[in-house]
Design a protein around this ligand. Structure first.
Ligand code: M6P
Ligand code: ZN
Length: 185
């Protein structure tokens, strides 16, 4: 017996559609431990959207040798001089890697190893980024429009937000003279 089926998900342009898509929105109120300038943060609306994520999880979280797919949409904006960005995480299984592929906008992928050495890679339409294991990753929107990128990661990687919440990254991405600069914290 054989069968021909429609795909479970459509990924067209920058949109991910299908009954099994998980969607989450992160606002400034969700990210109070993330941005450095607490005074600037306090003066902004807590319900200001910072990013949306749409994910396709075809297998259960934690499954060995499965894959997950997601699209992240980061709004343009800054808290003080620091660009809107994702929370950022290490993988719970530290050796798991990930691909990011930029679809739209301009931004920066900020990477930090376990010795807290931070570096950044420019993101623009078409840029492909391999995030090795043992490396925390977060993305910032440095442009005036949405930054949109896709991500592929192993279904057993998990997210470790704890160490980022406690210590942050050693470098923060701020605007200086109209340019993004990776400044030490
Ligand atoms: C990408 C992937 C996801 C991640 C999302 C937002 O789509 O890396 O696993 O959840 O970005 O990043 P964060 O979880 O750090 O907020
Ligand atoms: Zn990840």
């Amino acid at each position: 017996m054989s069968s021909i089926n429609d795909p479970a998900v459509l990924f067209q342009g920058t949109t991910l559609e299908g009954p099994e898509i998980d969607r989450v929105t992160r606002t400034l109120g969700d990210l109070t431990d993330v941005f450095s300038d607490k005074d600037a943060l306090a003066a902004m609306a807590a319900d200001q959207k910072v990013y949306d994520v749409a994910c396709y999880f075809p297998v259960a979280d934690g499954t060995t040798a499965g894959l997950f797919f997601g699209i992240t949409y980061i709004y343009p904006g800054k808290v003080g001089t620091e660009y809107f960005m994702t929370r950022g995480h290490f993988h719970q299984l530290r050796d798991r890697g990930e691909f990011y592929h930029c679809l739209e906008g301009e931004g920066m992928l900020i990477l930090m190893d376990e010795d807290r050495q931070t570096r950044a890679e420019k993101m623009y339409p078409g840029s492909l980024h391999y995030i090795p294991g043992h490396t925390a990753h977060r993305t910032a929107n440095t442009g005036n429009s949405m930054l949109v990128f896709s991500a592929f990661w192993p279904s057993d990687a998990g997210h470790d937000y704890q160490s980022i919440s406690e210590k942050g990254f050693s470098g923060i991405l701020v605007e200086q003279n109209g340019e993004p600069v990776l400044a030490s914290k």
